[in-house]
Design a binder for this molecule. Structure first.
Ligand code: ZN
Length: 313
């Protein structure tokens, strides 16, 4: 796993920063869900921010889920992370296409919409999970997270998220072609070249001087994917964002896209529908299929397996 997030502080604790490289994570989500370019960007940005929010939580077993419903053609975007920053997620309409901005950039806001909510559910092991919904402000996702942090946690934050795709060349068997071979580029085939993001937050004791320095640093930043394209690592990006603020790296967490579903866990779903219902399925279909919306896996259960489960219920 090459994806990771560094957690750092600056200005002697007046600023905290999370900087992520999530190329593999976002490519994995693209591969599993066959997302269009704009859906890859929308889901990738959401997964990256959600992974960082997972790392912000304290206790083993804590979970955070982000649901974005902007009223746009992509439908609902859902991402969930554990405390290690391991994420999974999906979009309702993975094959959505919208015209790009005039400058050729993917118009994520047009796909997501900006008339809706960002919902954050934090399961901290308490009886009732924390549950907050905030209005969506732009649909470009990063700004929406900035807004969320300001409203829900009263924390002024800088959020930048990016996904950059690149065309891939496939031969007739669907195999990726080596660089020295002759080919024609099919622009509809692509993969994630770079994905990443940063969240920088001001702590309540931040001085005017620290805020000014941070503003100066941020005004000189280019996009995260641009910096990654130039070969900059999260550590390099940290040194730019917190220049003059004595940045200190606290830890580095390996993150990625992972779904924990299995044939065995699918059985729990079948059991949960109840004995009567399950018996009806066996009677009518002689088999059952369970699909996982997070990773598109399908699990099938034979009549024998189902009868065995019914016996145990
Ligand atoms: Zn799954």
């Amino acid at each position: 796993m090459t994806d990771y997030v560094i957690r750092a502080t600056g200005g002697e604790g007046q600023v905290r920063a999370f900087i992520a490289t999530t190329t593999e994570m976002v490519e994995e989500s693209r591969r599993l869900h066959s997302t269009s370019k704009v859906a890859t960007a929308a889901l990738g940005r959401t997964l990256t921010a959600t992974s960082i929010m997972g790392l912000m939580m304290k206790n083993q077993g804590d979970k955070v889920t982000v649901i974005i419903k902007g009223g746009g053609p992509i439908g609902t975007i859902l991402a969930t992370s554990n405390v290690k920053g391991t994420v999974k997620g999906y979009v309702e309409k993975p094959n959505v296409e919208v015209p790009n901005y005039e400058n050729g950039k993917l118009n994520v806001a047009a796909a997501v919409g900006n008339d809706g909510v960002v919902k954050v559910i934090k399961d901290l092991g308490l009886r009732e999970p924390y549950n907050g919904a905030y209005p969506l402000v732009s649909g470009e996702i990063a700004e929406d997270f900035t807004h969320y942090f300001a409203l829900s946690e009263q924390t002024p934050s800088i959020v930048a998220l990016g996904v950059l795709t690149t065309p891939i060349e496939l031969d007739n068997n669907g195999e990726e072609i080596a660089e020295d071979e002759e080919y024609e580029i099919d622009l509809s085939k692509f993969k994630v070249e770079h994905a990443g993001g940063l969240i920088v937050q001001l702590m309540p004791d931040a001085t005017e001087e620290t805020i000014c320095q941070l503003e100066k640093n941020v005004s000189q930043l280019t996009s995260v994917t641009n910096m990654m394209k130039e070969g900059k690592t999260p550590e390099d990006i940290l040194n730019i964002v917190l220049e003059g603020l004595n940045p200190k790296i606290l830890d580095k967490a390996n993150v990625g896209f992972e779904c924990e579903c299995s044939h065995e866990k699918g059985k729990e779903v079948l059991v949960s529908i109840g004995k009567h219902e399950l018996a009806a399925v066996v009677e009518e279909d002689k088999k059952a299929e369970i699909g996982c919306q997070f990773c598109n896996s399908k699990y099938t259960y034979t009549e024998e397996e189902l009868l065995e489960m019914l016996k145990e219920m």
